[in-house]
Design a protein around this ligand. Structure first.
Ligand SMILES: *Cc1c(COP(=O)(O)O)cnc(C)c1O
Ligand code: SF4
Length: 519
């Protein structure tokens, strides 16, 4: 093959190589299976004989969802506690697409996909701080299903239905309940409020999951929004690409592309959800001009691990999906056993920021209990904390608290695939290594030599240029070298003290504390 491209002797001309179509093996949407055809995910044996046309038809997937104990027991080896969870009468709705339930390892009770969709008995347990409507959404709804919390944008709930139901759903008070669904009349009231409220420039369609709506009805809502002159952007929050990638067909993408600018956030919590089917769905949406983001929820036993999160965000950016938010789990009924301390989220961000591409690092947020919106967990917003409570303030100065879980089962590194196979390049240490327990301290340069002498204080005193402000003038109330305050060095001047010698106020002069009191 190689010789074909070489110059033919004597002629001085090149023959072009046979133009073979380029296959981009890096692009997850182009990945091929062992048979040379587009890669596909595992199918549970129950559906092995279903023809591909049916399997790939989103309507078939929706109408063949599994919800009942006996049916699920055919697919997964259920534990006692799962049986108890599935048998509970007043549980949050269970319904899982054949595609998504097939991604679960039937033998592994800790499978991260399984934990998101199969109920446990303990999801019925109450916990301190638990609320039905923990974000105070109903209180912030001027019309049913429309949450107007921020000045310039609204959340528009157009359905209570989802393709599959997540055990920790923040809206479990209405989601899944067909009797509480929103209809055309509700949509019209929501649209009317938006029309009458010109400060709304951004509308976030959610639910439930807006992409489960009948295609015509969905288009009518989006078109009506686009006809409102002050609506600048339309956003959709949807887990359909994850639960039902078959729904992301050309027809849907062409429809959405008519109403740009449209942005879409998907919701992936673990790299096991990143399949060839999801990658192709994301590719289609991206090609339709829709920028994609991801929102994930920090869940104990699913993704409360830096290495799992790193695999997740790397998988997302490969699909051109930008990690947007990492949510602290809400104080909502049913989610007690999923909750982690806030320190876990901070540890994850510490392990991502700088260690990987900035594009891959989400913002870690707590959706304010009581309804103050998403608050980033970072210094200006974190007001205070105790061993079980976090005090936060939002952009308006609203101050709220988040109650941490009293019980948290720590992540089991020994049985975590991601922890046993982490990326190992140099420079992955830092503060992250301290949090991981790999090291106990990090010493600044020059520390060791003094440390050897057993005098840990001396290291900053031996060389006063290390700790005396340089070039900023005298500290108020002190005169260089007069012994009353801190000595101030002239640029290039030799230190007034010998190595290890402590600067001390002159006999009878006020001490630093006394000095402070005098001020
Ligand atoms: C999440 C949310 C939004 C959008 O918030 P961003 O931080 O802009 O993504 C808007 N309204 C409500 C009620 C929300 O919960
Ligand atoms: S997809 Fe969203 S709205 Fe639906 S159950 Fe899951 S978290 Fe709740």
């Amino acid at each position: 093959m190689e010789t074909e491209a070489r110059a033919e002797p004597g002629t001085g001309t090149m023959t072009a190589p046979e133009a073979a179509p380029f296959v981009n093996m890096r692009d997850p949407a182009s990945r091929l299976g062992p048979d040379g055809k587009p890669a596909v995910s595992r199918r549970a044996p129950k559906w092995q004989d279903v023809p591909d046309e049916k399997w790939n038809d989103w309507r078939w997937q929706l109408s063949n969802r599994v919800n009942d104990l006996d049916e699920i027991a055919e697919i997964l080896e259920l534990t006692e506690e799962e049986r108890e969870g599935l048998a509970a009468d007043d549980k949050f709705r269970v319904d899982i697409t054949p595609y998504f339930v097939s991604l679960i390892d039937p033998k592994d009770p800790e499978d991260p996909i399984r934990r998101q969709v199969i109920p446990l008995g303990r999801e019925q347990s109450a916990f301190v701080g638990m609320m039905e409507d923990s974000l105070g959404e109903d209180r912030h709804s001027p019309v049913p299903g429309l949450v107007h919390r921020y000045p310039d944008r609204v959340l528009m709930l157009i359905t209570t239905q989802c393709a599959t139901y997540c055990r920790y759903c923040t809206r479990s008070r209405i989601v899944g309940d067909a009797t509480q669904n929103f209809n055309r009349k509700d949509h019209e009231a929501q649209l009317d409020y938006i029309r009458r409220t010109p400060q709304i420039r951004d509308v976030l369609i959610s639910g439930g999951d807006g992409l489960t709506l009948a295609p015509k009805l969905l288009e009518s809502v989006i078109r009506a929004l686009r006809e409102i002159p002050h609506v600048e952007i339309i956003r959709i929050g949807s887990r359909v690409p994850v639960f039902l990638p078959q729904r992301i067909d050309d027809e849907l993408c062409e429809m959405l592309a008519k109403y740009h600018p449209i942005w879409l956030n998907i919701h992936v919590n673990h790299a096991n959800e990143i399949t060839p089917e999801l990658a192709r769905a994301c590719d289609k949406l991206t090609r339709a001009g829709i920028p994609l983001g991801n929102q994930s929820v920090l869940l104990a036993g699913v993704n409360d691990c830096v290495n799992i999160q790193r695999d997740l965000v790397h998988g997302l950016v490969e699909m051109r999906v930008r990690p947007y938010y990492l949510y602290q789990c809400d104080l909502v009924e049913g989610s007690g056993h999923f909750r982690t301390p806030v320190g876990k989220g901070l540890e994850i961000i510490e392990g991502l920021r700088g260690h990987t591409s900035g594009y891959a690092v989400p913002t870690y947020v707590i959706d304010a209990p009581g309804g103050g919106g998403k608050i980033p967990v970072m210094p200006n917003y974190l007001v205070s904390y105790s061993d079980h409570k976090i005090v936060l303030r939002n952009y308006e100065g609203y101050i709220t608290t988040y109650e941490e879980p009293l019980e948290y089962k720590q992540h089991d590194k020994a049985h975590c695939h991601a922890c046993q196979h982490p990326r190992q390049e140099a420079g992955q240490g830092g503060i992250h290594a301290l949090l991981q327990g790999e090291r106990m301290w990090i010493e600044p340069a020059g520390f060791e030599q003094v440390h050897e002498r057993g005098n840990q204080q001396a290291h900053r005193l031996q060389e006063s240029s290390k700790w005396v402000p340089y070039g900023v003038g005298a500290i108020e109330g002190s005169v260089a070298g007069d012994g009353r305050g801190l000595p101030v060095l002239e640029a290039g001047a030799p230190s007034a003290y010998g190595a290890g010698e402590e600067p001390r106020p002159a006999e009878g002069a006020p001490t630093a504390t006394a000095n402070h009191e005098l001020l």
